[in-house]
Unconditional design. Sequence first.
Length: 238
Amino acid sequence: PAPQPAYGRVLLKISGEALMGPQGYGLHPPTVQRIANEVKSVHALGVEICMVIGGGNIFRGLQGSAQGMERTTADYMGMLATVMNALAMQSALEELKIHTRVISAIPMDQVCEPYIRRRAVRHLEKKRVCIFAAGTGNPYFTTDTAATLRANEMSCEAIFKGTKVDGVYDKDPVKFEDAKRYSTVTYDEVLQQHLGVMDASAIALARDNDLPIIVFSLDEPGGFRGILAGQGTYTKVH
Ligand code: UDP
């Protein structure tokens, strides 16, 4: 029998950069397909899945404003970038026969659904993967905060933050061989020690609503499913 997953409804947050694969920019279709397969394997366990994908592989508001663009305009461009990533992921998931809805914080009815909380909940109950796009719809925020907001609104039991490494370390494990991974860490430790999990507003929003954040490696094949089945290495921020 299939392992009984430890969670019934989760939100998977990945950065836009996770979709660019070995390229320095944009979307790398084989990488998008690989991640879609990871999502499919968790969907097969009966877990209800929300996703938030960043936009940094295409455009970041801060980058634009550093080059002289108005910050709010640049942030809207960043939000639009997340819609492109969401559509790419939807296409890859539907290729795998997983019903998926892209739900945008900024209405664009010809492209995807507008965000209506009750409707999104209904999609989840029907086991459709909901990809929340356009961040929070507001400038000066990040998709980490959008992920925390939507996870709270959808009553997710945890946020799964897929990264390049298998958890939260006391220092950069890529640079330092003696870096130590935490198996658990508190929200306040993350904030006080500036452990780069998510930005501070996202961590605070998770903390204030007791929403655990599971940091795991997206590069580890089967990693996402493994954790849901109670295996593998990760850090739980709680
Ligand atoms: N963004 C925003 N409001 C939001 C979410 C995102 O203005 O609620 C903009 C912001 O400019 C950000 C860009 O969208 O730089 C891409 O999102 P993010 O940097 O979070 O993507 P990631 O780093 O996860 O790829």
